[in-house]
Design a protein around this ligand. Structure first.
Ligand code: ADP
Length: 471
């Protein structure tokens, strides 16, 4: 609306102002031309010494009627010899304009407030001037009057003002009409243009309130298309998150239920029998205790996983020797390996200090080494090596165990995922170990790579930055 109305206001002001100036200039020129002709007649009829010339008087009367004005004729002594209003004759007039005109200058002045134009014109007798010049021998007196008299003419500009007023009225009407059209247009256009965005809002709202679960579509503008595409992507990501959350919950329930079911079966069979021998009780109780232990293990792993899901703000960063950390882990796990005659080797290529969360990194590395022992064959080996460049520490856990089939490798970091379900069950484990380890390494802004060949062995290559970057 502003863009439409402001220019019309400026235009109105500029055009009207210009019209008035132009009309006044034309009027001044007109008057000056008429007066010049009259001035010549004044000289011809010697009016300055004798004001009885009927011809000149008639011309003066006509001029004042034509322009609705007043003509005053002043002689060289500044006496008013003729006033068409007849009120100032015989008086003397001295003003700047009159004095300047006596020296031959013409002046004009527009009084917009009182609506009249005043024109001062010299009456010049060229024959007299020539005669004077000859007598003065070419040395004219600069102060001498050039003119024989002055005509002071005031003409009314009432009709110009009236025209301006009429134009102003018309402009106002036009402006009002333009404003009405512009307001209507602005209202209609903004309503039409904003509609698609309202559709976007209501589509998003419907999705939010659960009435719609499908991707939405508002293809009216490229802009709405972009918004909707971004929104659908967000929706897709939320769906993936929601699906994985549901899957996780169902996996957790399933995993927690399995030991409970076993315990229930064991207990039921004891209850169902009469006179159960003590040996059987003891045997079943050992099995029940095993299941309780397994339940405990799953819950502990779940708690570790939840801890690892937090942000880096929860990291407890210390600058420690990774060599010492690995040696401690291996010392703890060697007895387990020894039971199956598995050699645990350690190759430290250099001393490496890094900024890490000791507890989280220990948990991750322990998981890799435990797996290398668990999924190994008797008399196998596990080799851990530590190296570093100026940016990263690299830890490799290598084994010559059962290996992981190529197509399974991308899944082993998923929660509860186990390659060989039946075999894994004997070996033990929850399928959460690698998920926990991966989260821990990612929290250090590190990376994990698996290189494995079925039947030949597995290498887990972990890289973590030596300097911890929190963002
Ligand atoms: P689990 O508790 O079953 O060990 P993990 O998450 O630690 O769970 O490992 C997931 C699966 O990846 C394991 O069940 C196993 O099949 C496979 N896996 C992990 N590490 C190795 C390895 N070093 N050698 C062979 N298979 C492995």
């Amino acid at each position: 609306m502003l863009v439409g109305i402001l220019p019309t206001m400026l235009l109105r002001y500029a055009i009207l102002e210009n019209y008035e100036n132009r009309a006044v200039t034309v009027r001044i020129n007109d008057v000056q031309n008429q007066i010049k002709i009259l001035a010549d007649h004044l000289i011809t009829y010697n009016y300055l010494t004798d004001t009885s010339s009927e011809v000149v008087n008639a011309e003066l009367a006509m001029l004042s009627t034509l322009y609705d004005g007043r003509v005053i004729i002043i002689d060289q002594n500044c006496n008013i010899i003729k006033d068409t209003y007849g009120i100032s004759e015989g008086k003397t007039i001295i003003s700047e304009e009159v004095m300047l005109s006596m020296k031959g200058q013409t002046s004009s002045n527009y009084d917009a407030e009182n609506q009249y134009i005043e024109v001062t014109t010299p009456i010049i007798d060229n024959a007299l001037l020539q005669k004077n010049a000859e007598e003065d021998d070419g040395a004219p007196n600069p102060d001498a009057s050039l003119a024989s008299g002055v005509m002071l003419t005031s003409v009314s500009t009432d009709n110009i003002a009236a025209n301006v007023e009429i134009l102003q009225g018309q402009a106002t009407i036009l402006q009002m009409l333009a404003a009405v059209v512009l307001v209507a247009l602005a209202w209609a256009l903004s309503n039409i243009l904003v509609k698609p965005f309202e559709r976007v809002t209501s589509a998003i709202r419907e999705t939010k309130e659960g009435f719609n679960t499908e991707p939405i579509s508002v293809m009216d503008y490229e802009e709405t298309e972009h918004i909707i595409t971004a929104f659908n992507e967000l929706l897709g990501r939320m769906k993936v998150l929601d699906d994985s959350r549901q899957e996780f919950v169902s996996n957790v329930s399933h995993e927690l239920k399995t030991p409970l079911t076993s315990m229930k079966v064991l207990a039921d069979s004891l209850i169902a029998q009469e006179n159960v021998p003590v040996e059987l009780y003891q045997e079943f109780m050992v099995d029940i205790a095993d299941e309780i232990e397994r339940e405990n293990e799953i819950i502990n792993d779940l708690l570790s996983l939840v801890k690892m899901d937090k942000t880096s703000a929860d990291m407890n960063i210390e600058n420690i020797s990774l060599n010492e950390l690995i040696e401690l882990i291996l010392k703890r796990l060697r007895p387990i390996a020894k039971q199956r005659h598995i050699d645990v080797l350690y190759e430290s290529i250099r001393e490496v200090y890094a900024e890490v969360d000791k507890v989280k990194l220990t948990l991750a590395l322990s998981n890799f080494v435990e797996n290398a022992i668990k999924y190994n064959s008797d008399y196998g080996y596990v080799k851990v090596s530590l190296d570093a460049d100026h940016q990263y520490a690299t830890i490799v856990v290598e084994d010559n165990g059962i290996g992981i089939p190529e197509e399974e490798q991308e899944h082993i970091f998923e929660r509860f995922y186990r390659v060989d379900k039946s075999h894994s069950r004997e070996i033990g484990g929850t399928g959460l170990g690698l998920a926990i380890a991966r989260n821990a390494i990612l929290m250090h802004r590190g990376s994990i790579k698996i290189e494995s060949q079925e039947g030949a062995g597995t290498s887990v290559i972990v890289r973590i930055p030596i300097i911890f970057v929190s963002k």
